[in-house]
Design a protein. Structure first.
Length: 223
């Protein structure tokens, strides 16, 4: 990790070599940054992150092995690291998968790379780095989630609170998604999804997943 007086250590992971070179060049010209590692796929990115412990990981969404999967793994192992996605994808599925994985930024490769150093510095100062054209989508998604039912579900339960990931799994269960479909949507393994479902059932003090969904649907209609 970085000390306050040292350059910010950055990992660049992208399977497109010219992009890696362009990004490395623009960051290397800025004294605020030290490119500590480069990678061409998700597995290399995770290994390099664990080895080098960068302050910022700049990840391509669609590199081999899946950049979002790398973001999940790096966030789990290095919770202090900032994750910024750099991608050609403007698709909602990629954007929201990255944000769920803990990304602090989502930038498009169409941006002027000369603006990249300031964007990364901003992320490390607590700002979000997201393309202006995508901000409206994030706000629309947030407004449409209607999370008021969460308080109703938990209002009579004295036990532990459910995590945001568990709420996401429950929401998808209510949409009649299978375990495999939920795993694909949330970029998790099927076994991880089953662990979350077991936790949901326990925390809501119901018999099974069907009862958890029934409680979800019943309380949501009351809000």
């Amino acid at each position: 990790m970085n000390s306050p007086s040292s350059p910010l250590r950055v990992l660049i992971a992208d399977d497109h070599e010219p992009t890696r070179a362009d990004v490395r060049d623009v960051l290397s010209e800025d004294d605020r940054f030290d490119v500590c590692a480069v990678a061409a796929d998700a597995a290399q990115a995770v290994r390099a992150a664990v080895r080098e412990r960068p302050g910022v990981c700049l990840l391509d969404v669609r590199m081999p092995g899946n950049g979002v999967a790398a973001a999940w793994e790096i966030t789990a192992r290095l919770p202090q690291a900032k994750i910024v996605m750099l991608t050609v994808s403007e698709e909602d599925a990629d954007l929201f998968a990255a944000l769920r994985a803990g990304a602090h930024g989502y930038l498009l490769k169409t941006m002027n790379f000369k603006r990249l150093p300031d964007a990364l510095a901003g992320v490390c100062s607590g700002e979000a780095a997201i393309q202006r054209t995508l901000v409206a989508r994030v706000l629309d998604r947030f407004r449409g989630r209607e999370p008021r039912w969460r308080g109703v579900v938990g209002s009579g339960t004295a036990g532990p609170r459910m995590t945001s990931r568990e709420w996401e799994v429950l929401d998808l269960l209510a949409q009649r998604r299978s375990t495999a479909e939920i795993a694909e949507e949330l970029v998790l393994s099927a076994s991880a999804v089953r662990v979350h479902i077991s936790s949901i059932v326990r925390k809501l003090e119901v018999a099974d997943r069907a009862a958890a969904v029934a409680l979800f649907q019943r309380t949501r209609t009351q809000t």
